[in-house]
Design a protein around this ligand. Structure first.
Ligand code: ZN
Length: 442
């Protein structure tokens, strides 16, 4: 049965963005059937179920192009000894122990918790990067199950690395890519690679062979810290992007996450190979690794999207963080006002289209019905010309009331409907201390 999400302010984010007051989005099946003024839509679709959106703003569901669901249970955990003093220590003392300590049920729960947070924040599409060397085989199926139950879309991969055993994770990745193929619009697969400094040429070549045969891209951390660049220069005499490009990792379907420590020649390679970069400002600030040369990358024609790197699932907060970071880093209050929203609203949709084969991120007839419906009473006039001002200074602090993905209501009146939030959090609180204890013994 069709639904009319009516009487809201609809922001279409088409090429020529339209802001329509007293407007309605009609959803039929998994698609948007029509967009227009409320009275006209009511006349055209009188039988559709009406969902009142007055006092609310309707946007396309948000997209996160780099996430780590598995990081959930590290929240609030303490690490004995002195605080990690640099990025490699953060990996060795925190993340490379968290991933090994995860049990089967931990993997499901640590996906379900951020999936709930995605729904709460109107994030309807995620490109995730998973690692659990202690419980590797079948781990992507557990996450797939959680994603399908939650009702959002996700592209999944397993992080291949030689850091525990040579080629660790290749088989799980290959199995899942084979199973998912080109995806069904809800679940897609990529070849996941950790980072240049934990991968041999032989392992990367094996992964590229599998990815190319299946027609999927690679999802890899690149030059997040200076250590990755130094490692590549020392071992291979070329910087990270050059090494990866030579091995065949770059390309239109691939995602190079971070790219903090790269030079102009590497940026040129990213542009020439149409490789996507994903910027994660909160994570970079949290790990104190440096500032991605975002404005320069964009100027050189590189497609840059926005992710959370597991820091959270709220994409508007991440967008504002990018806006603030690049103003401060550039010592220039004229920059990033257009660019930070561009990463989230336009570029993430292009990156997602390369994974899912669907044009997301737009409210238009025939497009997938993914919506974030936000409580927002504009205190000043709101139109196409000043929408970004409302986005950065108002909507970022507003609450998502209703989330729709694939034409299904996943949250209504702030009640998550597809997952039992209270039970999942309670069980996660029971299991997290056990995971922490196992981790201390690693
Ligand atoms: Zn990451």
């Amino acid at each position: 049965m069709a639904m009319r999400f009516e009487n809201g302010i609809v922001v279409t984010l088409e090429k020529e963005n339209r802001v329509l007051w007293d407007a309605t989005v009609v959803v039929e099946g998994e698609r948007i059937a029509a967009v227009g003024y409320a009275a006209a839509m009511k006349q055209r679709y009188p039988q559709a179920e009406a969902i009142d959106c007055s006092g609310k703003l309707i946007l396309p569901g948000f997209i996160c192009t780099h996430h780590h669901f598995y990081s959930t249970m590290a929240r609030g955990m303490s690490i004995p000894g002195d605080p990690a003093a640099n990025f490699v220590e953060i990996l060795e003392r925190l993340w490379w122990k968290v991933d090994r300590a995860l049990s089967e049920e931990d993997i499901t729960l640590s996906a379900q918790v951020p999936l709930i947070e995605c729904i709460r924040n109107g994030t309807t599409t995620v490109i995730d990067h998973h690692a659990s060397p202690g419980m590797r085989d079948g781990s992507l199926d557990l996450i797939e199950g959680a994603v399908r139950q939650a009702g959002i879309r996700a592209s999944l991969c397993y992080e291949v690395s030689d850091r525990n055993i040579p080629g660790g994770g290749v088989a799980e990745n290959a199995r899942f890519i084979q199973k998912v193929g080109r995806g069904d619009g809800q679940i897609a697969a990529m070849m996941g690679l950790h980072a240049s400094f934990t991968l041999s040429d032989a392992t990367i070549e094996e992964c590229i062979g599998i990815a190319k045969q299946a027609g999927v891209g690679c999802h890899i951390h690149v030059a997040e810290d200076a250590a990755d660049r130094e490692d590549s220069l020392a071992k291979y005499r070329v910087p990270t992007v050059m090494r990866l490009e030579k091995l065949g990792v770059a390309g239109e379907q691939s995602i190079f996450v971070h790219c903090v420590h790269i030079d102009e020649a590497e940026m040129d390679v990213l542009a020439q190979t149409h490789t996507s970069v994903v910027h994660n400002p909160e994570s970079n600030m949290n790990n104190a690794v440096g500032v991605t040369p975002l404005l320069k990358l964009l100027k050189m024609g590189v497609l840059v999207g926005l992710g959370t790197d597991g820091m959270g699932s709220d994409m508007l907060v991440q967008m504002r963080c990018a806006y603030l970071l690049h103003r401060l880093a550039s010592h220039d209050p004229r920059v990033a006002f257009m660019e930070a929203p561009q990463l989230l609203l336009q570029n993430n949709a292009v990156i997602a289209e390369r994974q899912f084969g669907l044009r997301l991120g737009v409210i238009a007839e025939g497009r997938p019905a993914d919506l974030a419906i936000i409580d927002y009473q504009p205190p000043t006039p709101l139109n196409e010309a000043n929408f970004l001002g409302h986005l950065i200074f108002g909507l970022v602090d507003a609450t998502v009331d209703t989330t729709v993905c694939r034409g299904k209501i996943l949250m209504k009146d702030k009640q998550v409907m597809s997952l039992d939030e209270e039970r999942i959090a309670r069980r996660s609180r029971e299991l997290a201390p056990k995971m922490w204890k196992r981790l201390q013994e690693l």
